[in-house]
Design a protein around this ligand. Structure first.
Ligand code: ADP
Ligand code: MG
Length: 305
């Protein structure tokens, strides 16, 4: 019998928040992180090991009834290998590695939404001289790395053929081209889904500065239907952060899904700290916006040793 109820791959702030919630429900938790003194270690035992090392992951898997992950970058293949090594039932992993493999490739993700009939910008692979992509998508166009992008690090804009040419040295096979969405706002919602229950937390407005989520507000709209469709489209069970675009006419398109806790959407802890603005005095939208949070970045702090 596994000794722990829940194993989390990753021991950073998001794992810590999940583990705090699980412990309040009486669950015994274990984490895996390269840093044995990661912030989760203050709350729960941590196995020190790399998150792309199947043997290290297998050590956690063999001790836990359920396994989940802290972020979307832990390679699906490494988790699959670990389950094989531990001879563990794949159903103990949430989300499953097939779902992770789809989400980890931004093109497969878009294709899954399109197949399911969920609203999303059109996307095609960026190949050869790029002419096929230009014909399929036109301008303005967004160029994206299919794998490993975050905080806009794999995102470029080409408004004209000239800009597309100028970006040529920056993309290679393994990028995609998609339609630029002239969105009114960006929205996001956390979705939970199991075979028995499915729902979404309130839809938030997120404001990105230089592609990095900076401010989060209650949005005043409910985009749960689209957010849940995104998770159904990839066949996901577990917890997901879904990013969306709200267009001028109020319709919503899916941008992308993270198969894990989503930093900017998580209230109150870690680097996401509540902001109470003096402008709070007021009502309606003014008050709503005053309840926003600023997403704070910085080096993690440790007590001096
Ligand atoms: N198709 C698009 N049209 C307009 N803006 C986009 C589009 N795709 C991405 N962006 C902008 O770039 C940001 C980062 O892109 P995203 O696909 O979310 O990648 P990342 O993995 O870096 O978060 C988005 O939050 C949005 O502001
Ligand atoms: Mg994003």
């Amino acid at each position: 019998m596994p000794q722990f109820d829940l194993g989390v791959l990753g021991g950073g702030q998001l794992a810590r928040m999940s583990i705090q919630a699980a412990q309040r429900m009486g669950l015994r938790c274990l984490a895996l992180d390269p840093d044995p003194e990661c912030c989760t270690s203050q709350l729960a035992p941590v196995i020190a090991g790399r998150l792309d090392d199947p043997e290290a992951i297998a050590r956690l898997v063999s001790q836990c009834n359920r396994v989940t992950l802290e972020n979307e970058f832990i390679p699906a293949w490494a988790i699959a290998d670990a389950f094989a090594l531990a001879q563990a039932n794949p159903q103990r992993l949430m989300p499953g590695w097939d779902v992770l493999a789809t989400i980890q490739d931004k093109l497969l993700q878009r294709q899954a939404y399109a197949r399911y009939g969920a609203p999303t910008p059109r996307a095609v692979p960026l190949q050869g001289d790029g002419r096929e992509a230009i014909e399929a998508i036109g301008f303005p166009m967004v160029l994206k790395a299919r794998f490993g992008g975050y905080d806009g690090k794999g995102t470029r804009y080409a408004r004209t053929p000239e800009e597309f040419e100028a970006l040529r040295p920056q993309w290679q096979e393994g990028w995609l081209a998609e339609a630029f969405v002239p969105f009114r706002r960006e929205l996001a919602a956390m979705v939970y889904r199991s075979p028995h229950v499915c729902g979404a937390f309130p839809t938030m407005e997120t404001v990105q500065t230089n592609h990095v989520c900076d401010l989060v507000y209650p949005s005043g709209v409910d985009a749960s239907e689209v957010a849940i469709a995104a998770v159904e489209a990839v066949g996901g069970y577990g917890l997901f952060g879904v990013e969306m675009f709200e267009q001028e006419d109020g319709s919503v398109l899916i941008n992308e899904t993270a198969p894990a806790q989503h930093g900017p959407l998580h209230p109150g802890l870690g680097r996401c700290q509540p902001v109470r603005d003096a402008r709070a005095v007021g009502d309606g939208p003014a008050l709503d916006r005053a309840c926003g949070r600023r997403h704070l970045y910085g080096e993690p702090t440790r007590p001096a040793s």
